[in-house]
Ligand binder design. Structure first.
Ligand code: HAM
Length: 422
């Protein structure tokens, strides 16, 4: 037997309905916020991620599924969605569309070679949104509100929104210099990754998993002290919109995010449900002004987030929330005898055409077995057709909830079920 690869999962019937329910809810919310779906390829040129996610990030240095195709091109299974959306935005010149900002959402599998554990997979599904072309802090608040709405609409309550500002280019530069001054004298006490990050991208040191507990981490200069006037005004406006929208948040100056393209607003939504595993981040996002330009487009601001359905399901479980997914069969047609059995093929077809969920027996079961099957499917009605009834042009319909049984003319059968099952 060949097993499933580590860090991946099969989503089987009985469980997949929860996925469908969540995806539908999220799509519906995007529709109300006027975000349109975009679908991009599962793999992209490797260079796309080097130029966007960043060459010093863990994602790029350790976690990408990169391979050479038969034409010797370096391709990578997408580790996230933003880079591809921005690539597509530039390639399809969406900045020229008459309706702006361009508001997009996506849902699909992402791939990261990480150490699998609860809430962390090598293939996981992200639902994400990207709003391109607006520098209004109101859209930062909109994007955050949309993410919160997805969780709230599913009944989650134990959520914590954490926000930070990573500032603009000049604030970042000042912070960068301060970080170098802070870490350089003792950089020898840090891991080899951090040593190489010091000059290339010192903010990444703050995100290091190995050196997390080093005393210099706690005392590191905070980006918020280095925000220039514009960046701080922008951040204040985002916070005030969130307050207006009655969305609670905490500011954490240590929130740096694991991808390089961010500036200004950065945020994460965590679960603080008891019993939720060690990894509590459900959703992450932020602003990435400069990314469109970096990928060959015109100067365009952008902001978005992504959440994984796997972690959302874990949060639902931690809060003990059952989604109202119903997979019942409306009517099971049980047949006794050859002629009745043939007729049942037509009857289930008619029921289905009328929009009902209908099933019949395909295993040549006796009537008792057919009733058992109907029970397992939680059929609301079982219609019993024997050759004798068929001759009289009638069918017996049993309401499985009340136990009542009625004889119905076959011509009236479909409308009878339609009427009674609503
Ligand atoms: P990220 O923080 O790398 O950001 O991932 C976003 C979310 O994807 C995480 O909060 C988590 O829910 C989920 N996730 C990440 N890795 C895994 C994993 N191995 N297993 C299960 N779930 C995982 C991004 O990907 C950015 N593209 C988000 C964004 C969009 N920023 C702006 N626009």
């Amino acid at each position: 037997m060949v097993n499933i690869p580590r860090g991946t999962q099969d989503i089987l019937p009985g469980y997949v309905e929860k996925w469908q329910y969540i995806e539908e809810k999220a799509r519906d919310i995007c529709k109300r916020f006027n975000y349109k779906e975009i679908r991009t390829p599962i793999f992209e040129h490797t260079e796309l991620f080097l130029r966007s996610v960043g060459e010093t990030t863990d994602i790029v240095t350790k976690e990408m599924y990169t391979f050479e195709d038969r034409g010797e091109r370096s391709l990578t299974l997408r580790p996230e969605g933003t880079a591809a959306v921005v690539r597509s935005y530039v390639e399809n010149k969406m900045y020229g569309n008459p309706t702006q900002p361009t508001k997009l959402y996506y849902c699909g599998p992402m791939f990261r070679y990480e150490r699998p554990q609860a809430g962390r997979f090598r293939q996981f599904v992200q639902f994400g949104v990207e709003a391109l072309g607006s520098n209004d802090p109101a859209i930062d608040a909109e994007v955050i509100a949309l993410a919160m709405e997805i969780y709230k609409s599913l009944g989650l309550k134990k959520l914590k929104l954490v926000i930070n500002s990573l500032g603009d280019v000049s604030s970042r530069k000042a912070h960068r210099d301060a970080l170098i001054a802070h870490f350089s004298p003792r950089i020898n006490e840090f891991c080899s990754d951090c040593k190489s990050r010091l000059e290339k991208n010192p903010m990444r040191i703050l995100d290091c998993k190995k050196d997390r507990d080093h005393e210099l981490m706690q005392s590191a200069p905070s980006i918020l002290e280095y925000l220039n006037e514009d960046s701080s005004v922008y951040f204040d406006k985002v916070k005030s919109y969130l307050t207006d929208l009655q969305i609670d948040f905490e500011v954490d100056s240590g929130l740096v995010r694991g991808l390089d393209y961010y500036n200004h607003t950065a945020f994460e939504i965590m679960s603080d449900a008891e019993g939720f595993g060690a990894i509590t981040t459900l959703c992450g996002g932020g602003r990435y002004n400069g990314l469109v330009e970096g990928l060959g487009g015109p100067e365009t601001p952008g902001i978005g987030f992504a959440l994984s359905i796997e972690r959302l399901l874990a949060a639902l479980q931690a809060e003990g929330i059952e989604l109202p997914v119903e997979e019942r069969v409306d009517c099971y047609v049980a047949a006794i005898g050859d002629a009745a059995s043939s007729k049942s093929v037509l009857l289930v077809n008619e029921l289905r055409k009328a929009g009902l969920v209908a099933e019949k027996d395909y295993l040549n079961k006796k009537v008792k077995g057919q009733f058992k099957a109907a029970d397992r499917l939680q059929a609301k009605f079982v219609a019993i057709l024997g050759d004798e009834e068929l001759e009289r042009n009638v069918i017996n319909v049993k309401n499985m909830e009340t136990g009542n049984q009625e004889e119905v003319q076959i011509e009236q059968f479909i409308s009878y079920i339609l009427e009674k099952s609503h």
